[in-house]
Structures are given as C-alpha cells and as structure tokens.
Design a protein around this ligand. Structure first.
Ligand SMILES: NC(=O)c1ccc[n+]([C@@H]2O[C@H](COP(=O)([O-])OP(=O)(O)OC[C@H]3O[C@@H](n4cnc5c(N)ncnc54)[C@H](OP(=O)(O)O)[C@@H]3O)[C@@H](O)[C@H]2O)c1
Length: 344
C-alpha cells in the first residue's frame, strides 16, 4: 500500500534526485525516491545515500514508506505517497518514459492534492507533464542546484543553488508555498515565483547560451565568458531566445546566477566588461570551474539533452514565426555530436 501523507517525492535517483531526497530526509521531512528497479535495488543494498561537496552527509535508505530521517526508495510507482508533490529529476530525454511509468499508477484515485513538476532544462518538460497529468496538477519548477555523480556512486553537491516554483500561467498557491518551505527547511534555497514563465524562459535562455557555447568549445562557464568572442556568442543566443519569448508574451527577469534581463539591457561591450571584471581564480574554491552538464555528458559519451534544450526552442520559434538562425545552427551542430542521435 502507498504511504499516506504529503511532502515531496522524487522520480529519478541521479544527482538531483539523490540530493533532494537525502537533504529532505536529513531534515526530518518525508522523502520518497522512485528509481528504476535495478537502481532502487542497488541503493537499498548500499543502505545509504552519500553526499559530498558543500556538505558531507550519509542518509539511510529503506524500502518506501520509510521512517523519518530515512529516504524511502522504491522501484514501484504505486508506492509513491498520496498528496505529494512529485518532482521528476530524470534527464530530459528520459522524461517521457518516466512519466509513462508513473502515470500508470499515480496519482491514485481520490488523491486530489497530488501534483507534479520537473527540473529538466528547457521548456518541453512542462508540456509533457501537462499532457500526462493535466494542467491543474502541474507546478512550474526551475532549479540551479548543482550536482554530479562520481563513478563510485557518491553524489557531489556542487552548489545548493536555488529552486523556483510557481503556478501556471502565473501565481503562487498553498501547494507552492508548502513545497518552497520544505526545500528551505532541507537547506535547499527555494522561492515561490509569481511569474514562473519568466523564470523558465530566463533559465532556458541561459541554457541555450551556456550549453551552446560550452559544448562546442568544451570550456567552463567563467573561462568562456572572459573571452569576448565567446561572450558575444552567448549574448547573441540569449537575444534570440528573448525574441522568441516576447512572441509568447513572456518577459525575461533577473534570477540567481542567470540575470538575463540585465544582460539583455546592457550592450555586448558593457557585458564583456562586466564578465571580465568578475573575480575568477582558476581552481580556487568558489571559482566554480565546473563544466556545464551538457559538456560533461559530451565528454563522458552520454546522450545530450539537445532536443529538450535546443530542438524544442527551434520548434517554438518556428511556431511563432520568429527567426532563430543561430539557435538552429547550434542545434544542428550539437545534434551532430550527440551520441544519443549518432551512437558510435
Ligand atoms: N545536476 C545538476 O547540476 C542540474 C542542475 C539543474 C538542472 N538539472 C537538470 O535536472 C535533470 C536531472 O539531472 P541529473 O544531473 O540529476 O541527472 P542524472 O544524474 O543523470 O540522473 C537522472 C536519473 O534519472 C533516472 N531515470 C531515468 N529514467 C528513469 C525512469 N524511467 N524511472 C526512474 N528513474 C529514471 C536515471 O536512472 P538510472 O541511474 O537508473 O539510469 C538517473 O539516475 C536534467 O534534466 C538536468 O539538466 C541538473
């Protein structure tokens, strides 16, 4: 039988799924983690989730439903808690399969409070969630919490980042406030966003710009932004996303680590001077010399989230009749490099 209660549950036991569930459980809050059956079995055999990086933590796991202080792990969507907010933490190209598996068993009949959100980069995930669960059940979510997995299974929390949640098309609700409170209590800074579309599009613009330049140059963010040629390429990409956003009546904003409105309001020269003025000591703590996730995936030979980030944006541009030649070129180049599209 599924656990009755509320709180948050995660779908996908990767970096973010393990970080969110471990920190929620460590703060005494309910935390259920739905993993693929083989991964669930592996986690349960390990007995704990180990986090390193900005925190050092080992959090016990047990079959869901688990007692307080423990992450409840399951491979069975029917064991997801009632009344919970379900955050999908799979990669973008894994989302359709994960949604289909969850939708077959969740939400249970008579569970009006259950809702779903996704932390994937890009805008496609909310369309997919709404198509599966209905608009009323979907909350907009954006996170810049940083995590990666070491080969031995240890999860590295590289930055607590920030998470934004908000209702579509706009507004804040009791369920959003409750989820924001839960994340903050877990030590994951979170905010309720009255205009989540602005946050989503601003993050999507940053993803198109950062991944577009970094995947094709294999440079870390701070290094590429200090090269005027590459800063101009980033800015050209986010200006194209801005034109598409405007066609959908969305305005960019300034958010933690992606102050897109400020970048758009300044000239390229002003931005280049700003990027160059930021202190950056390679290798020093806080220098954040970490490759963007899509570049990490490229170098590790993993499939890229190119369709969720680039192809979806090109499709939105085409539907709105807005030219997006730069994003289209970058989409083609990155798809051409993608092991997911062209396995060796
Ligand atoms: N990591 C970050 O710093 C960060 C920051 C902001 C946004 N994001 C976005 O957040 C998403 C997740 O990133 P991540 O780094 O956490 O990815 P990740 O480490 O690759 O984790 C994805 C997890 O999803 C699991 N999964 C795949 N299909 C599934 C299914 N059908 N049912 C259950 N679980 C399934 C995978 O399971 P297996 O292990 O069994 O293969 C994997 O553990 C991405 O879209 C990323 O762009 C990440």
């Amino acid at each position: 039988m599924a656990e009755t209660g509320s709180g948050l549950a995660l779908v996908g036991a990767g970096s973010l799924g393990q970080i969110f569930s471990a920190l929620l459980a460590a703060s005494g809050q309910p935390a259920t983690l739905l993993a693929r059956p083989a991964t669930a079995a592996r986690l349960l055999a390990a007995g704990s989730i180990r986090l390193t990086g900005v925190t050092e933590l080992s959090v016990p796991v047990a079959p869901a439903p688990a007692p307080a202080g423990t992450v409840g792990v399951t491979g069975d969507p029917a064991r997801l808690p009632r009344g919970a907010g379900l955050l999908f933490t799979t990669k973008g190209h894994q989302l359709a399969e994960a949604i289909a598996a969850v939708r077959a068993a969740w939400p249970a009949a008579g569970d009006p409070d259950a809702w779903a959100g996704g932390v994937q980069n890009g805008l496609a995930k909310d369309d997919q969630l709404i198509a599966a669960f209905g608009a009323a059940r979907v909350v907009g979510a954006v996170t810049i919490t940083g995590g990666q997995r070491d080969p031995d299974g240890t999860v590295v929390l590289t930055s607590r980042g920030g998470t934004y949640l908000g209702e579509f098309p706009r507004g804040i609700s009791a369920r959003v406030e409750a989820a924001v409170a839960a994340l903050n209590a877990a030590g994951l800074p979170a905010e309720a966003a009255a205009d989540i579309q602005s946050v989503l599009w601003s993050k999507a613009a940053n993803a198109v710009g950062v991944f577009g330049v970094s995947v094709l140059t294999r440079l870390v963010g701070p290094r590429m932004m200090r090269r005027p040629d590459l800063a101009r390429a980033y800015l050209a990409l986010i200006r194209e996303v801005d034109a598409i956003a405007r066609a959908y009546d969305v305005r960019m904003g300034d958010y933690i680590n992606f102050p897109i409105k400020s970048y758009l309001d300044r000239t390229d020269e002003q931005n280049i001077a700003y990027f160059s003025s930021r202190p950056f000591i390679p290798g020093a703590p806080g220098s954040r010399e970490i490759l963007p996730s899509m570049t990490q995936d490229l170098l590790a030979g993993r499939p890229l989230e190119v369709d969720a980030v680039f192809s979806d944006m090109v499709a939105r541009a085409e539907r709105a009749g807005v030219p997006a030649p730069r994003i289209t070129l970058v989409r083609d180049l990155i798809r051409g490099l993608d092991p997911g599209h062209y396995p060796e």
